[in-house]
Design a protein around this ligand. Structure first.
Ligand code: NDP
Ligand code: GDR
Length: 373
């Protein structure tokens, strides 16, 4: 039985990857941070009580900032494959916590690679590094592929640049099977609530059920190449199943704007949104409403406003990937379009919003939207 160790198992990708590896018969080990409340919502459905028989999923307390802990866990597991998905992954937050982001996202990768070396696992343990399209930042070529020069635009992206190169350096220096997946944005109903797609689908679903009145966003012109996390974790696994380690771009090859994503999600809720004004003064007004899903939205309601606090000190305006190499070598073909993705996310958030609206109707407290990026 193959053994995998996943950092970031409690995150979006980690949860889908753990599902995939369990299906493939792996024993799955995950790194879990100690928190004052439970933080395993995304993997509770696959977690098994350690007292049961034949348990193939195990969580280990630890942190990417703690090398001693990483060495001990890796020594204990002796994994065939390590997927380093753990990170402070929010670009806007990295401007607030740049040093922490560098420690976890850059040095975290180094700590694992060093653990592989210290433990003499160079020839037995394969390593996947979660690299990012944010490396391209101020884009130097359209579309972006493996050979496109990088120009990172945030502390997050600069930290990920270090992790990208240290992965290549350990491959070249010590012969470790180590590779980078340069993944473009990928989302799902499990996406963190403060990334823009989920903020949109959750916000609009809440508005449609009378739980909120307006959604505040930042840069509406930003263009992204959005795919589905389920498709992308399959590629993470495939990258470690090749004869030689190499780095791949994974993307859909299609980009839309934040504004387009708002329109798409609103349409699924039966609402047409018209945008007017520019920059900070842009608003989105509901101009046609089908009440099937959106009992609380009326024609003429302003449901989208721009709040400049969500602008970033330096922005990545446009990202569009060319995944031809992955297509030819890994057989990459995504199952989900951005429309499928948006529908799944919107419908999933609508179910939650409806539940919360019912609870509210009967006088129970419902979670409120906190200030979010
Ligand atoms: P999430 O933010 O959903 O998950 C991040 C995970 O990292 C969580 O499990 C989190 O734990 C964990 N983590 C955070 N800080 C630490 C730490 N100090 N020590 C150990 N674990 C930590 O990210 P995604 O699943 O979306 O992304 C997975 C990886 O892929 C990340 O490295 C991200 O930067 C990268 N990436 C993501 C893309 C995307 O579009 N989703 C695109 C390209 C790259 P906790 O649950 O406790 O917070
Ligand atoms: P990104 O994702 O920065 O691309 O990083 P995010 O969803 O945060 O932003 C995408 C774009 O939308 C704009 N935007 C907003 N973003 C947020 N979060 N909140 C808003 O209110 C808002 N309004 C507009 C942003 O300015 C940006 O241009 C994600 C993360 O998963 C990284 O870890 C990963 O490496 C990259 O994708 C690829």
């Amino acid at each position: 039985m193959k053994k995998a160790f996943i950092t970031g198992i409690t995150g979006q990708d980690g949860s889908y990857l753990a599902e995939l590896l369990l299906e493939k018969g792996y024993e799955v080990h995950g790194l879990k941070r100690r928190a004052s409340s439970f933080n395993t919502d995304r993997i509770d459905h696959i977690y098994r009580d350690p007292h049961e028989n034949d348990v193939r999923i195990k969580l280990h307390y630890g942190d990417l900032s703690d090398s001693v802990n990483l060495v001990r866990i890796i020594q204990e597991i002796q994994p065939d494959e390590i997927y380093n998905l753990g990170a402070q992954s929010h670009v806007a937050v990295s401007f607030e916590s740049p040093e922490y982001t560098a420690d976890v996202d850059a040095l975290g990768a180094l700590r694992i690679l060093e653990a592989i070396r210290i433990l003499g696992l160079e020839n037995t343990t394969k390593y996947y590094q979660a690299s990012s399209s944010e490396l391209y930042g101020l884009v130097q070529e359209v579309p972006q592929k493996e050979t496109t020069p990088f120009y990172p635009r945030s502390p997050y992206a600069v930290a990920k640049l270090y992790a990208y190169w240290i992965t290549i350096n350990y491959r070249e220096s010590y012969g470790i099977y180590a590779c980078n997946g340069i993944l473009f944005n990928h989302e799902s109903p499990r996406r963190g609530e403060t990334f823009v797609t989920r903020k949109i689908t959750r916000g609009l679903a809440n508005i449609s059920q009378g739980l909120e009145t307006c959604l505040y966003l930042g840069n509406m012109d930003s263009l992204r190449d959005w795919g589905h996390a389920k498709d992308y974790v399959k590629m993470q696994w495939l990258m470690l199943q090749q004869d030689i380690a190499r780095d791949f771009v994974i993307s859909t090859g299609r980009q839309i704007s934040v504004r387009d994503f708002v329109s798409m999600s609103a349409k699924i809720l039966g609402v047409e949104v018209e945008f007017s004004g520019e920059g900070e003064n842009e608003i989105g007004t509901a101009v046609s409403v089908s009440n099937e899903f959106s009992g609380y939205i009326k024609e003429g309601d302003v449901i989208i406003r721009v709040d400049p606090r969500y602008y970033r000190p330096a922005e990545v305006d446009t990202l569009l990937g060319d995944a031809s190499l992955a297509k030819s070598i890994l057989g990459w073909e995504p199952e989900f379009s951005v429309e499928d993705l948006c529908r799944e996310m919107t419908e999933s958030d609508l179910i939650v919003a409806k539940k919360n609206a019912l609870l509210k109707e009967y006088g129970f407290e419902v979670p409120t939207t906190k200030e979010n990026w």
